[in-house]
Design a protein around this ligand. Structure first.
Ligand code: ADP
Ligand code: MG
Length: 320
C-alpha cells in the first residue's frame, strides 16, 4: 500500500437540523482513482467541500498529504486540482485565457505556464476553441474547459465532482479517458458520480455513500463479493404456473424469482452452472421459452442489497 493522500475520520457535517455527513470515514491512497458513488443528496459534494476546507464541519478530521486541512493551507491546496460540480469559469475570458488564469494561480514561470496551458488545451480537445468565449461552447465543451482549468497546473491530487453530468457521450468518453490518462501520469484522483457504470469503468476503489454514511468500500469485485447475488438470469417465458415458479425457487442457488409480463427474473447466489440447472428444469417440464440472458451483479445490486433501495431509477440515464 502506498501513502494515504486523503484521510477522513468520523466527519460530521450538519446543515441546520439536516445531517449531511454522518461519521464518514474514508482513506484514499496514492495512485488511486477513488470513486465516491452515491445517489443525489447522499453527501458527495459536501464531502468534497470538507476535504478542500471550503466548508466548516461539526466533528471529525480531514487530512490531506498527511496534514490537517485548514482554509489557509495554501501549500497543500497548490497540489490539488479541483473540478467542481458547477462549472466555474469567467464569461469575459476566452477558453485559453481562462485556463491561463487558473494555471497562473499556481505556476509563476511564464514559459512553464504557457507549456502547461497548451498541454491542457490539447488534453481536453479544445484546440479549435482557444479564442471562444464560454457562452459559445456546448455543454460538453464547457465541462471540458472546466476540467482544463482545474488540472492545467499538474496537481498531485485531482478532485472531480460529477464532471460528466449532462454531457454528450463523446465528451463523456473523452473525460473518462482523460481521467485515466492523468492517473497514469501520476495523479491521485477522487471522482464522484451517481452513474455506477462510470465508476465501475474507471475507479480502482469505490466507496458507496448513502445518507452521508459510507455503506461499503472496496474494489469493484470486492463490493460485488459482499452480496449474495452471483448472477441474474432473465428468460422470456410465455406461460408459467404458480407451482412451477415455486419449483424454480427450490432449485439450487436460486434465492429470488419474479415473473411478470412474460419475463422471468431469477436471482442466483454465486455458484457454478446456475443457468444449466435452470434450463434442465425447463426441459424436464417441457416449458417453452424464448430469449435467455444472464447478467453479473452491478454496483446497483450492491447498493440495493445493502440499503434496500435503488441507486437510481433505471429510467434516469445519461442525457445527451
Ligand atoms: P450530493 O453531492 O451527493 O448530491 P450534497 O452533498 O450536495 O449531496 O447534499 C447532501 C445533503 O445536504 C442533501 O440532503 C442536500 O439537500 C443537503 N445540502 C447540501 N448543501 C446544502 C446547503 N448549503 N444548505 C442546506 N442543505 C444542504
Ligand atoms: Mg453533488
Amino acid at each position: 500500500m502506498g501513502k494515504t493522500v486523503v484521510e477522513i475520520e468520523n466527519l460530521v457535517k450538519r446543515y441546520r437540523e439536516l445531517i449531511a455527513l454522518d461519521h464518514l470515514n474514508l482513506a484514499v491512497e496514492e495512485g488511486e482513482i477513488f470513486g465516491l458513488l452515491g445517489p443525489n443528496g447522499s453527501g458527495k459534494t459536501t464531502a468534497i467541500n470538507c476535504i478542500l476546507a471550503l466548508l466548516y464541519f461539526d466533528k471529525g478530521s480531514v487530512k490531506v498529504f498527511g496534514q490537517e486541512m485548514q482554509p489557509d493551507s495554501y501549500e497543500i491546496k497548490k497540489q490539488i486540482g479541483v473540478v467542481l460540480q458547477n462549472v466555474a469559469v469567467f464569461e469575459e475570458l476566452t477558453v485559453q485565457e481562462n485556463i491561463d488564469y487558473f494555471c497562473g494561480l499556481y505556476i509563476q514561470d511564464k514559459g512553464t505556464r504557457k507549456q502547461y496551458v497548451d498541454e491542457a488545451i490539447v488534453f481536453s480537445g479544445l484546440e479549435n476553441f482557444r479564442k471562444f468565449y464560454p457562452k459559445k461552447l456546448s455543454g460538453g465543451l464547457l465541462r471540458r474547459l472546466n476540467i482544463a482549468c482545474g488540472i492545467a497546473h499538474k496537481p498531485r491530487l485531482i478532485i472531480m465532482d460529477e464532471p460528466t453530468v449532462a454531457v454528450d457521450p463523446q465528451s463523456r468518453n473523452r473525460i473518462l479517458e482523460g481521467i485515466q490518462k492523468l492517473n497514469r501520469e501520476g495523479a491521485t484522483i477522487i471522482y464522484t458520480s451517481h452513474y455506477m457504470e462510470e465508476v465501475e469503468q474507471i475507479c480502482s476503489r469505490i466507496a458507496i455513500l448513502d445518507k452521508g454514511r459510507c455503506v461499503a468500500t472496496g474494489t469493484r469485485d470486492e463490493l460485488k463479493a459482499m452480496i449474495r447475488m452471483g448472477e441474474k438470469i432473465h428468460m422470456e417465458v410465455l406461460e408459467l404456473q404458480p407451482f412451477q415458479i415455486e419449483e424454480i425457487k427450490e432449485l439450487r442457488h436460486v434465492y429470488q424469482v419474479e415473473y411478470q409480463d412474460g419475463m422471468l427474473e431469477i436471482r442466483c447466489s454465486g455458484g457454478k452452472h446456475n443457468l444449466v440447472h435452470i434450463l434442465e428444469y425447463f426441459g424436464s417440464r417441457n416449458i417453452g421459452f424464448g430469449r435467455v440472458y444472464s447478467e453479473l451483479p452491478t454496483l446497483n445490486d450492491v447498493f440495493l442489497e445493502i440499503t434496500g433501495k435503488q441507486l437510481r431509477d433505471s429510467a434516469e440515464t445519461h442525457q445527451s
